[in-house]
Design a protein around this ligand. Structure first.
Ligand code: NAD
Length: 336
């Protein structure tokens, strides 16, 4: 099959080529994002493969269908960027990568938390200038603190285990409670009770209409003054202006984000020599108690290998018209 890979960076290509050695598809790597305007780049291909910020909206899906492309593989877990009813209506089949090293993202959430708490990002800048003072660098022991986790699926569970290892009290909220985590000592609470109790809150639930702006002004008001907020899930979980207000008033102690609601306009691109036309993102990147990374939670050697492997398998399944979940329900989920 000829497959066009949109939003494809040079660092991904060796992993995709290695995974393709078992499949022998013809891969075309495109740096462009998928939009209705870039769909013609996929002319002559039978399938496309896209990433987190390629919006599969109705106009894009319609343009793909008009071009005869009905097979789509996502190189990611979340599929909030897919208009699923329209895909179904147009007969476009979409597969995603439901599992790939949840440890990669969980460990990145811990990295954000540790760096914010112990101010290693500030110390790095300071010691580069031979400034060896400690003023402003004081953190707190994580040991004994109460850490809240919203969404205890694969990544939330991995994050919870790490926090338990630090000696934290882990409290969680999820629609589905995990008996395994409960046995390890995780306590499930109603969401508002959790918000009021935690010193650190880390978000690991998907972005859905229900979780959109889960952390808004009223949720923030419930949180303890000085609490830390970590979001490695999806930007839309936060009401960004409300979070900025809570940071500026000092109510929120620190914010670590790997995702941003409007990230598809900026992330994965170099804006260092341009004006950044987003006041909220500008404010976030300049606040001293905010650490922004540009959607790199997934970015480990192990995760990249697994993403490439599952993606190429998914593409072969799509070509063969098989329902992969009949074979490997854990690893392959059809968005239908
Ligand atoms: P998962 O499906 O294993 O777990 C998600 C959990 O959220 C489930 O337990 C589910 O019951 C729970 N949930 C759903 N709706 C909820 C709600 N309204 N309130 C509370 N909990 C709810 O998914 P996962 O693999 O753990 O991934 C979690 C999220 O992480 C993904 O949806 C994706 O957005 C994000 N992610 C980010 C990166 C990154 O690089 N930063 C990489 C992969 C995934």
């Amino acid at each position: 099959m000829k497959i066009a890979f949109f939003s494809c960076h040079p660092y991904e290509q060796p992993f995709l080529e290695a995974a393709n050695s078992n499949h022998r598809h013809q891969l075309t790597f495109l740096s462009q994002q998928l939009t209705p305007e870039t769909v013609p780049l996929a002319a002559g291909h039978q399938a496309i493969c896209v990433f987190v910020n390629d919006q599969l909206t109705r106009p894009t899906l319609q343009a793909l269908a008009d071009q005869g492309i009905r097979l789509v593989a996502l190189r990611c877990t979340g599929y909030n960027q897919v208009d699923v009813p329209t895909a179904q209506q147009l007969g476009i089949r979409v597969l995603r990568v439901p599992t790939y090293s949840p440890h990669a993202v969980a460990e990145h959430a811990v990295a954000l938390l540790m760096s914010l708490n112990r101010k290693t990002y500030l110390a790095y800048e300071r010691t580069k200038q031979n400034n060896f003072t400690l003023d402003g660098l004081m953190g707190f022991d994580l040991y004994g603190k109460r850490v809240g986790v919203i969404g205890t699926g694969k990544i939330g569970a991995a994050f919870s285990r790490i926090m338990l290892g630090f000696g934290c009290h882990v409290v969680a909220y999820d629609k589905m409670q995990s008996a395994v985590l409960q046995q390890l000592g995780v306590e499930y609470l109603p969401v508002n009770e959790l918000l009021a109790k935690v010193d650190v809150l880390s978000l690991h639930c998907p972005l859905t209409p229900e979780t959109h702006h889960l952390i808004d002004a009223s949720a923030l008001a419930l949180m303890k003054p000085g609490a830390y907020l970590i979001n490695t899930s999806r930007g839309g979980l936060l009401d960004t202006p409300a979070v900025l207000e809570a940071l500026q008033s000092g109510h929120l102690g620190a914010l670590g984000i790997d995702v941003y609601e409007l990230e598809d306009d900026f992330f994965f691109a170099d804006w260092s020599d341009k004006y950044l036309p987003d006041a909220d993102l500008n404010a976030l990147t300049h606040l001293p108690n905010v650490l922004v990374t540009s959607h790199q939670g997934f970015f480990t050697q192990e995760a990249m290998e697994q993403i490439a492997h599952t993606t190429l398998n998914n593409l072969t399944y799509l070509e063969q018209g098989q329902l992969p979940q009949q074979h490997l329900s854990e690893d392959y989920v059809v968005v239908e």
